[in-house]
Design a protein around this ligand. Structure first.
Ligand SMILES: NC(=O)c1ccc[n+]([C@@H]2O[C@H](COP(=O)([O-])OP(=O)(O)OC[C@H]3O[C@@H](n4cnc5c(N)ncnc54)[C@H](OP(=O)(O)O)[C@@H]3O)[C@@H](O)[C@H]2O)c1
Length: 284
């Protein structure tokens, strides 16, 4: 099986390379492979993969408010090009999407058939990407995940670890709830889904839920820092993009296939053993 992987250098992409093995994966990423180029479909068709995992994206949530056209060009139009290629060569397509397609008005976990209603530009562009995939005629699976972290790249866990080294008090938002997800667990789950040959939409996150504040408290505790963590509101944080106050994704469909992931705090404990201060994160 030949797996073409977009976003191969990103935090999920690098975990997927590990899971599938470098001999199976055809890695694609910037600068050689750019989703905004009209020739992207042809570049993929030439590689003749059996499966395309499309993990590349414009992922800067606040940046997308400043550069909405670029976010759309990458996440919507770029994804449409990938879907077109998948249809042409009959490849299966796995598209990685986000909890930010939801508006966060619910207070129970979002299911796959709940209606998306994004409230920021990033979420809108990813939702457009979902639609491009699901209406393309490709044999496609949309995998929605959330609050991703891993060894490579920027993420909340590493930001908290970095801040905890120098600041005695960390102020973290306590009115947004979601599911932290370890990239390694997500990558393993995607590999199982590829083998199961499923289509449609599926939610894949670590189990359980917390606020960013509770997540930060757990990170500080797990990694043995001695700073304190104080709760603040979304308004006090003053970020550019709106965030859904509640974007917990239901694991029921995944669990019904026997593929449920571990609790988020168990995953964090595993991650704490592979990412060690200060060498592994201080250079990023
Ligand atoms: N991070 C999260 O919390 C989160 C939550 C839910 C869903 N997701 C989704 O999960 C997937 C993986 O996320 P991640 O955290 O692994 O993201 P990431 O680390 O930012 O990786 C994304 C990769 O895509 C590349 N890329 C950006 N623009 C591109 C373009 N025009 N053409 C080709 N490649 C391009 C990036 O390259 P550069 O680094 O050079 O820009 C990067 O290597 C994404 O689809 C994202 O939307 C992420």
């Amino acid at each position: 099986m030949r797996v073409l992987l977009t976003g191969a250098n990103g935090q999920l992409g690098s975990a997927l390379c590990e899971v599938f093995g470098y001999e199976t994966v055809i890695p694609k990423d910037l600068p050689d492979f750019d989703l905004t180029r009209p020739t992207v479909a042809e570049e993929i068709i030439g590689s003749a993969p059996d499966v395309i995992i499309h993990a590349a994206a414009y992922t800067d949530v606040d940046g997308a408010e400043r550069e909405p056209a670029l976010a759309l060009a990458v996440n919507a139009e770029g994804t449409e090009r990938i879907a077109r290629a998948a249809v042409r060569i009959g490849a299966r397509l796995i598209y990685i999407s986000t909890d930010y397609v939801f508006d966060g008005k619910q207070r129970t976990p979002y299911r796959e058939d709940d209606s998306p209603h994004p409230i920021n530009r990033y979420g809108f562009s990813k939702w457009k990407g979902e639609q491009a995939v699901l209406t393309s005629g490709a044999r496609a699976l949309v995998v929605r995940t959330a609050w991703l972290y891993g060894s490579l790249g920027k993420n909340f866990v590493k930001s908290i670890m970095r801040a905890a080294q120098s600041e005695p008090v960390l102020k973290v938002v306590n009115d947004q709830s979601g599911c932290p997800t370890y990239a390694e667990d997500l990558a393993a789950s995607i590999a199982s889904l590829v083998r199961k040959d499923v289509e449609g939409v599926i939610h894949v996150t670590n189990r359980g839920q917390c606020t960013w504040y509770e997540f930060a408290q757990a990170i500080v505790r797990e990694m043995g820092f001695c700073c304190s963590v104080l709760p603040i509101t979304t308004e006090q944080a003053g970020r550019l993009a709106k965030r859904p106050p509640y974007s917990v994704l239901s694991p029921d469909r995944l669990v019904s296939w026997g593929l449920g992931l571990p609790e988020w705090n168990q995953a964090l404990a595993r991650f704490s053993k592979v990412v060690r201060m200060p060498l592994s994160i201080s250079q990023e």
